[in-house]
Design a protein around this ligand. Structure first.
Ligand SMILES: *Cc1c(COP(=O)(O)O)cnc(C)c1O
Length: 372
C-alpha cells in the first residue's frame, strides 16, 4: 500500500504514460500550440460523448462561467440565483460582471440547491439560476428547469464536479449533466473527474446562436481576425491539454466506475456508524463521486480530521466557509442559510480518486472506526 493521497494523478498517468507522451510529442512536433487540430478533435469528441450540439473549449472552469453569463445580454444589477455552499467561481463571475449573486441554501441530503428556496429567492430582477452539481451528483434539474421555464430564467449548470453524470428524468429519459440547462460549463483542472495537466475548461449548449456568441466572447469578441464586435476575453484550451483530454475522455466511464466502486466500499463499511452519515444517492442522478463526503454528526469533525492526519490519512473540508459569509460578498444580501451553516462544520471529504485500492479504503475505514 502506497502513501494514501487525496488525489493520485501520478499513478493514473503511469497507466496511460505511453499514449500521453506520444500525444504531447505530436503537438510539439507540429508546433500548433494554440488552436491546433487536437483542440477541434477533442471538442467534437466531447460533443459526441455529452450528446450536445456545441462544445466551446476555453481556458478554465471560471472563464467558462464568465463567458456563459456574458452571452446572455444581462444588465448590471440583474440577479443570479446560485448556491452558497460551493467554490467561489460562480458567485465571483456574477459579481465581476456587476450582476448580483442571490445565494440560496442547499439540501442536507445532496448538498445541492433546494427548489423551494430558489422559488423564494426569485424577484423582478432575477434573470438566471446557476445550479452547481456538487461532489459529483446533479442538482434536482427537473424541478429547477420547471421553475426556470415558469419564470423565464436562464439556467447555467456548473458541471465542474459532475462531468459524466447522467440525469434521469421522471419519464425515464436521461441527459448528461451540463446539457439540460441553457448552458453547461466545466473545468478540466487536474483533480476534476476529467482533468488535464494544467488548466482547461469548456462550455456546452444546444443553442446555436448562443454557441456562436460564446465562441466570439472567448476569442476577444471577434469572428473575423481584427474585427471585434463586442468586448470579449481571451480564453482558450491549449493544444497540449486538448490532446491529453482526448485520451482521458476515452477513459472517463472507466474512471467514473472506479470512483463509484471505491465509494461503495467506503459506504458498506461506514454505513452502520451512528455518528456519521455516508453520502446519500438520489434516484435522479448517478453519482460520479468527484468527492466522497461524509457528515460527522457528533460535533467532532475537526478532531477526526486531526486524528486521521496523524495516521497519515489526508482528508479535506469542502467548504469551510459558505459564500454568504465571505468578505468579498459582504455587501450582498443576507438570507437565511441554516443548512449551509450546519454543513460547514460537519462535512469531511475522504480520499477519492481512480487509483484508490481496496486495501487503502479498508485502512481508512478501520482508522475511522478506531476514532474514539
Ligand atoms: C473547480 C471548480 C470551478 C473552477 O474551475 P477552474 O478551472 O479552477 O476555474 C468552478 N466551479 C466548481 C464547482 C468547481 O469545482
Amino acid at each position: 500500500m502506497d502513501n494514501i493521497q487525496m488525489v493520485d494523478l501520478k499513478n493514473q498517468y503511469l497507466k496511460i504514460e505511453n499514449e500521453i507522451d506520444v500525444a504531447i510529442k505530436e503537438v510539439i512536433t507540429n508546433s500548433s500550440f494554440i488552436n491546433g487540430p487536437s483542440v477541434k478533435k477533442f471538442q467534437s469528441e466531447l460533443e459526441h460523448y455529452l450528446n450536445v450540439e456545441h462544445v466551446i473549449p476555453c481556458a478554465n472552469g471560471t472563464d467558462a462561467l464568465q463567458a456563459s453569463l456574458m452571452s446572455l445580454n444581462l444588465t448590471p444589477g440583474d440577479e443570479i440565483i446560485t448556491s452558497t455552499f460551493t467554490f467561489i467561481s460562480t458567485a465571483e463571475v456574477i459579481s465581476l460582471l456587476k450582476l448580483k449573486p442571490v445565494f440560496v441554501d442547499v439540501s442536507m441530503n445532496n448538498f445541492n440547491l433546494v427548489p423551494e428556496e430558489i422559488e423564494k429567492a426569485i424577484g423582478p430582477r432575477t434573470k438566471a439560476i446557476i445550479p452547481v452539481h456538487l461532489y459529483g451528483q446533479c442538482a434536482p434539474m427537473e424541478q429547477i428547469m420547471k421553475i426556470a421555464e415558469m419564470n423565464n430564467l436562464f439556467v447555467i449548470e456548473d458541471t465542474a464536479q459532475a462531468l459524466g453524470a447522467d440525469y434521469i428524468f421522471s419519464n425515464g429519459s436521461s441527459k448528461k449533466a451540463g446539457t439540460i440547462g441553457t448552458i453547461g460549463t466545466t473545468s478540466f483542472f487536474p483533480s476534476k473527474n476529467l482533468g488535464c495537466y494544467g488548466d482547461g475548461g469548456a462550455i456546452f449548449t444546444n443553442d446555436s446562436v448562443l454557441a456562436e456568441k460564446i465562441k466570439m466572447i472567448c476569442n476577444h469578441g471577434s469572428k473575423r481576425k481584427y474585427n471585434h464586435e463586442i468586448v470579449g476575453m481571451n480564453s482558450r484550451l491549449d493544444s497540449i491539454q486538448a490532446a491529453i483530454l482526448s485520451i482521458k475522455l476515452k477513459k472517463l466511464s472507466e474512471y467514473s466506475s472506479a470512483r463509484y466502486d471505491a465509494a461503495h466500499i467506503y459506504s458498506s463499511h461506514l454505513k452502520d456508524l451512528d455518528w456519521l452519515e455516508i453520502p446519500h444517492e438520489e434516484d435522479y442522478s448517478n453519482h460520479v463521486y468527484h468527492q466522497y463526503t461524509i457528515k460527522v454528526l457528533n460535533g467532532r469533525r475537526d478532531e477526526l480530521r486531526d486524528y486521521l492526519n496523524a495516521l497519515q490519512i489526508p482528508s479535506a473540508v469542502y467548504y469551510p466557509k459558505s459564500l454568504h459569509k465571505q468578505i468579498a460578498f459582504s455587501n450582498t444580501q443576507n438570507g437565511c442559510f441554516p443548512n449551509s451553516n450546519d454543513l460547514e462544520s460537519k462535512v469531511l471529504s475522504l480520499p477519492m480518486h481512480t487509483e484508490l485500492d481496496k486495501d487503502s479504503i479498508l485502512h481508512i475505514v478501520n482508522s475511522i472506526k478506531s476514532f474514539k
